[in-house]
Structures are given as C-alpha cells and as structure tokens.
Ligand binder design. Sequence first.
Ligand SMILES: Cc1cc2cn([C@H]3C[C@H](O)[C@@H](CO)O3)c(=O)nc2[nH]1
Length: 224
Amino acid sequence: IMTAPAAKPFTVLVEGNIGSGKTTFLEHFQQFEDITLLTEPVEEWRNLNGWNLLDLMYKDPAKWAMTFQAYVSLTMLEMHRRTTKTPVKLMERSIFSARYCFVEHMKRSGTLHPAQYSVLNEWFDFIDNEVPVDADLIVYLKTTPSIVYERIKKRARSEEQCVPLSYIVELHKLHEDWLINRTHAECPAPVLVIDADLDLSQITEEYKKSEHQILRKAVNVVMQ
Ligand SMILES: Cc1cc2cn([C@H]3C[C@H](O)[C@@H](CO)O3)c(=O)nc2[nH]1
C-alpha cells in the first residue's frame, strides 16, 4: 500500500442523479487498497436520534426540507474534512451537489422559503471562503431521467417511492448545468463523464476509463 505522507489525498467527488449507480461505482473501487471510499451517510439521515429526516423530508418537504438539507450539508462537510491515510479519497456526492443541485431545486420549486434558502446560502458562502474543501476530480455518472426513474422504482427504497419523474428531470437538468454547462465557476475541478445509462453487464468497461485517471493521480500524490 502506498501511504500518502502529509500531502492532501487526491479527492474524487462521485456525482449523479438519484439511481445513477454511485454506490455501484464506489463498490468497484473497493478492490484498490490505495483508495478510501466515503459513501453518502444516508443511514445518518435516516436516523438522527431516532428521527428519519429523509422520510420526514419526502413526506412533508415544505416543513422538513430546511432541516434535512441543513443536516445533509453538515454530514457532507464532515466527510470533506475527514483525513485519510491513503493517497486517494473517493466521496459519494459533496457540499457542491448539496448546494447546486438539491438545495437549488428546493428553492426553485418553492419547497424552501427564500429566507430558508438565504440562510443555507450564507452557510455555503462561509464554507466556500473559510473551510478548505478539496475537489481534484469530479466523476459525473451521467444518466437519462427515465432510466434512473425505473431503477428507483425497482430498488424500492421506501422513502423514495413517491418521488415523481418530474423531480428526477429537474435534478438531471441541475446536474447538467453544473457539470456539463459549467454554470458554477466556484467548483473548478475537471469533470470525467461516465455513461451511467449502461446496465451492470457493460458498465465495468466504462469504470475502467476512470480507474486509469484516478490511480495515475494516486501515484502523483505519493511521489510529491
Ligand atoms: C448532498 C445531498 C445528497 C442528497 C440526497 N438526497 C436524497 C436523494 C435520495 O433519495 C437520498 C439518497 O441520496 O437522499 C437529498 O434529498 N438531498 C441531498 N443532498
């Protein structure tokens, strides 16, 4: 195992719509001992002192979106700040997708009151300016809304069963604006696009594209 010295690890953010295969993508990299995987802390969102904030949010978004997104952003920040011994750190989603995709959608759809949105935005601005958050590469699992919608129904995560296709379409557009049209200069990391519409049997070839990019960087970090 290559142990990175004090140098910061090469940090990869794995981004994509609900059902785009992020967990499957991360599992593919479990085979490499030089990579630390940080999966989305959904279980923390499902049980904070006994409260299932994810379920509360989906059941009554107007009442719980603020609480939920405030906690999601805190758990994301904790993951960004977590140190790793390995030269590469792979994170599922980030404070950036919190801000540019989920919170943005909730503001546009009126789920978040402008005053609530302003508070979250103040937190994001403070973090952007005061807290070093590393992002060296973004892997974007690009999908078609109708395909991930079918996967969500098949996966049948209980809290998501009432998620309409329109929500998936809006989230897709926000991911495309952020990662393809690059409308947010604040997150300058290069984006590697993976065709995540492919089903499991074909997707491993796609993963190999990113493997080379990610592992090559690991060597660079160690050689620093
Ligand atoms: C950063 C971030 C991740 C994230 C996930 N989610 C939801 C989408 C899925 O139903 C579930 C797990 O990703 O949580 C959300 O509403 N807001 C989020 N913000």
